[in-house]
Design a binder for this molecule. Sequence first.
Ligand code: 8YV
Length: 327
Amino acid sequence: MKEKILITRKVFPSIVGRLQEHFDVESNDADYIYAPDELRTRLQGKVGALVSATEIINAPLVQACPSLRAVANIAVGYNNLDLAALSAAGVVATNTPDVLTETTADFGWALLMATARRTGEAERWLRLGLWDKWALDMFLGVDIHGASLGILGMGRIGRAVAQRAHGFGMTVRYHDRAPVALADEKGAQFCSKEALLSLSDHLVITMPYDPASHHTIGRRELALMKQTATLINISRGGLVDEDALADALADNRLAGAGLDVFEREPFVCPRLLANARVVATPHIASASLKTRLAMADLAADNLIAALGYGACAGQPPSPLNPAVLRT
Ligand code: 8YV
């Protein structure tokens, strides 16, 4: 008899097929988000789970699911997983790095350009039939070429965002816990968070979220930014204090914000939604077909291997708590 696993959200049929070769699979074709009680109930008797960022795998849940041996996240960010609790229970946790880096960086630029040049606002206005004549001062934005780009969090995605800036002749600065070794991102300079905030014309947030990085961008930080700057967030909503951001935008202390992520998704702060200078998208930075397929495939590879099946049995490609594999 095959061991049982749970797929918590709808995934591509090819992924279900791959998992069915090894496991008795329970899937969620209706694709609703399980409430915590239902998730706990459905995980009973399951040895593995393929989850998304919409599932919170916390200590009480892990303790209530003693059969669980592996949790594979279809995301590179893993703030939805309590790694300490999973490790303590001997459950392997995995994520999906690398496969989404370039696609996510592309989208950071899509948001940056839309925000700086006000394309969403202009298109909404045009579609409303309000364009009766051209004018010299229509939808004046801020330039991207030659401007100063700030990157908060110089990991894989931050570097990919930086690389793309050279075509625009930008000055690139970044802040991270410490300077990082940069092989081919010519000239990205490390600086303090304060310097980054005050010098950047466009600031892109690409750092991971955890309780310690909650509201990394709050009132104090926004006050340091240029009035003509844009703020772009493609990481996690909790990194930005949305009330403080809504205030800064309402007071014209910032040129615009491009947000793919929000503090309480899918809820979006109404004051941000109402502000025309906000470009808002529903957490789709990694959403190209090729990349979402690659993410789901990598998560399936991880789950199969972590549970001891397939050619890489016992060696999942991207474990988050590799020490568990050695015990
Ligand atoms: C995911 C993301 O699509 O990988 C991440 O961390 O934020 C996105 O690429 C999203 O989290 C859904 O799981």
